[in-house]
Design a protein. Structure first.
Length: 248
C-alpha cells in the first residue's frame, strides 16, 4: 500500500487516489506492454509526489503568512492532513523544507515581477520607458511585502535561494535601464538598485513593526505608493545621469 496514506488526509489537501499496484505474479520488464505499464505507473507516481510536495509548500506559505516565519514541521503536517514522518519523506529535514519554501515563494514573486512588466508593456496607450518598468517591479515587491509581512521576513532571511532570487531580479532590472547607459555599468547599477530597494523595504517593514508597539498616532512611515514613487525617483535620477536620453 502507498505509505503516504498512513495518516488520514483531510480538507482540500487530501491525497489523490492510490496508484494501481502491479498485478500479483506479473513479470515486470519481460514485454513492451509490461515495460510501458511500469513506466506509466512511475510517471504517475512521480507526478503524484510532485503535486503533493507542491501542496505542502503552499500550506507552509499560508501558515507563515498567518502565524509567522517560525512554523514547525508539526504545524505543516497537521495542516496538510498527514503526519510529520510523512512530511520527512518529501523533505529530508527542516532546513531543506525551509529552502524549498523560500524558493517556492521567491519563484512566485519573480513570476509576478515579470508579469507586471509585461502588463505595462502591453498597454498600447502608454509609451513605456525605464521608469515605468522599474516602477512596476518595485510596486510589486513593495505590495508583496506589505500584504504579508511574515512571508517577507521569512524569504529575506540570508539563504542561497534569496541570493538566486536577487541575482535574477538584477538581471531583469538591467533590461530596464535607459538607452545609452554604459553597458559595462548597467549590470552593476542593476545589482546595486536591487540591494538598495531591498534595504529600503527592509527598513520600511521594520518601521511598520515598530508602529504596532506604539499608541495610534499619525503614521511614522510612508505609504506603499509613496515609498514606491520615492524609490523610483531616486533610482532613475541616478541612472539617467549616466545615459544619453531622458529616462521617460
Amino acid at each position: 500500500m502507498n505509505q503516504d496514506t498512513q495518516a488520514p488526509a483531510v480538507g482540500p489537501l487530501a491525497d489523490p487516489g492510490l496508484l494501481p499496484e502491479a498485478e500479483p505474479g506479473t513479470m515486470l520488464g519481460t514485454a513492451p506492454d509490461a515495460a510501458a505499464a511500469v513506466d506509466g505507473r512511475s510517471a504517475r507516481w512521480a507526478e503524484h509526489r510532485e503535486r503533493r510536495r507542491a501542496e505542502m509548500l503552499d500550506v507552509a506559505r499560508r501558515l507563515i503568512h498567518a502565524q509567522g516565519p517560525d512554523v514547525t514541521m508539526e504545524d505543516i503536517a497537521a495542516a496538510s492532513g498527514t503526519s510529520k514522518s510523512i512530511v520527512y519523506r518529501y523533505f529530508t529535514d527542516k532546513a531543506q523544507l525551509q529552502r524549498a519554501i523560500g524558493m517556492h515563494i521567491l519563484t512566485g514573486m519573480h513570476r509576478r515581477l515579470v508579469a507586471e512588466v509585461a502588463q505595462v508593456e502591453a498597454d498600447p496607450a502608454r509609451t513605456v520607458g525605464p521608469a515605468e518598468r522599474i516602477h512596476a517591479m518595485i510596486a510589486a515587491y513593495v505590495d508583496a511585502a506589505d500584504k504579508s509581512p511574515n512571508v517577507y521576513r521569512f524569504i529575506t532571511r540570508p539563504s542561497e535561494g534569496l541570493n538566486h532570487f536577487l541575482a535574477s531580479v538584477a538581471r531583469l532590472v538591467a533590461t530596464a535601464v535607459p538607452a545609452g547607459t554604459d553597458p559595462r555599468l548597467a549590470a552593476v547599477w542593476a545589482a546595486g538598485a536591487v540591494g538598495f530597494v531591498q534595504g529600503a523595504v527592509d527598513r520600511w517593514m521594520a518601521d511598520a513593526a515598530a508602529d504596532l508597539t506604539t499608541a495610534p498616532a499619525s503614521p511614522s512611515r510612508p505609504t506603499p505608493d509613496e515609498l514606491t514613487e520615492s524609490l523610483v525617483a531616486w533610482l532613475i535620477a541616478g541612472i539617467a545621469a549616466g545615459s544619453e536620453e531622458d529616462p521617460r
